[in-house]
Ligand binder design. Structure first.
Ligand code: NCD
Ligand code: ZN
Length: 363
């Protein structure tokens, strides 16, 4: 018997990105199209400067995102509230009821980019979390401790035992997404957490381990938070993402920074993967012999967790080698070029997004 020929094209229900940084101002204009060309919806992170905390902030930010969209891409941004120790449960509940906030994001103070105003003491959020539990609003976690004495490669695993396990026990009805997981410990923890606990997995954590940052010199384009871990963790993430388990779904954590901000004495954390994110996941799923599970990871598990309908449109990936540019010169709102290095820079990718047919025409 001969093995079936590998497919030449994939037709997928249109996917969503359950974790993305679209930025604001000039950079927003430059990057939003890369997400909107493929994803129907995205959970947009609130770590702007200043962060998105009020319903009015979120409404205004949503309008700026919609105004920056290229014509005709039918994209819906889903906004999030940036939690602080003094967040007001009434403001959060109002934003959720009015369809402005989809979820709340918890950044431990100083954990990552624009997280200085984040949460210092998680237990100070108890009234907020009780409200979210009551109204069914998901909590999205940047799951890393920030204590300087904890090794940076251990910060996610320590967060689970020190904060996440107790938080879930205090709030047994709260829906929680452990964002951009990077460790075997997180995979195992999410698996046993029942239907109210899920995790997003990025394209880059499926492809790089921590060696990528130090390959022949320091490589800031592979520096992100949480930082990539050892190879055994990458393998655990690949097994989880491609397993078909509903608790794992797509969240790119695409986090663009201008090249000058990455190549600096104190360079920013973040990988800009939006231009080729789905193509990157497709490559990983194919390598794992799991192309038939890509659609559930990208387009089904996320809406199911959030209690939202699945998208009705489709997208097509064609098998076609194409070279990812080593630099992108994106035009910002003022017509200036912003230089950003995309994930997979200089690599050949075997899958390429084709324009989607109108609804109902996919075969
Ligand atoms: C993100 C950013 O730049 O906003 N950076 C990153 O490395 N992922 C913040 C975050 O998600 O941690
Ligand atoms: Zn992020």
């Amino acid at each position: 018997m001969t093995a079936a020929a590998p497919p030449e094209r994939l037709v997928l229900r249109r996917p969503d990105d359950w974790h993305v940084h679209l930025r604001d101002g000039a950079l927003l204009q430059a990057v939003v199209g890369a997400t909107a060309r493929v994803f129907a919806r995205a959970i947009v992170m609130p770590n702007l400067s200043p962060p998105i905390t009020t319903v009015e902030d979120a409404r205004a930010y949503r309008s700026r995102i919609l105004a920056a969209l290229p014509d005709g891409c039918g994209f819906t941004p889903l906004l999030t509230h940036y939690l602080r120790d003094d967040s007001d449960p009434r403001e959060i509940a109002r934003g959720f009821a009015e369809g402005v906030f989809t979820a709340c994001k918890l950044y431990p103070a100083h954990a990552t980019t624009n997280a200085a105003a984040g949460v210092r003491e998680i237990t100070s959020l108890t009234p907020v979390l009780e409200t979210m539990e009551r109204i069914g609003m998901p909590l999205l976690l940047h799951g890393e401790v920030t204590d300087a004495e904890v090794d940076i490669f251990d910060r996610e695993a320590v967060f689970i035992e020190r904060h996440l396990r107790p938080l879930l026990a205090r709030h047994p009805g709260l829906k929680v997404v452990f964002e951009h997981i990077t460790t075997a410990e997180a995979v195992a923890f999410v698996r046993q957490g029942g239907p109210r606990l899920a995790a997003t997995i990025t394209p880059h954590h499926l492809r790089i381990n921590r060696n990528a940052m130090f390959n022949g010199g320091f490589r800031p384009d592979f520096y992100c938070l949480p930082v990539a871990k050892r190879e055994r963790h990458r393998l655990a993430l690949r097994a989880a993402a491609t397993s078909g388990e509903p608790c794992f779904f797509l969240g790119t954590d695409s986090a663009p920074h201008p090249r000058s901000a990455k190549e600096a004495a104190c360079g920013c954390a973040g990988i800009f993967n939006a231009p080729f994110a789905l193509e990157s996941y497709a490559l990983t799923f194919e390598e794992e012999g799991a192309l038939d599970r890509l659609e559930s990871f990208a387009s089904v598990h996320g809406p199911r967790f959030y209690g939202l309908p699945e998208n009705t449109g489709t997208i097509i990936l064609r098998r076609e080698d194409h070279l990812v540019p080593s630099r992108l010169h994106l035009n910002d709102a003022a017509g200036r070029a912003v230089e950003v290095v995309p994930f997979h820079a200089g690599e050949l990718l075997p899958w390429r997004l084709a324009p989607a047919p109108p609804d109902g025409e996919a075969s």
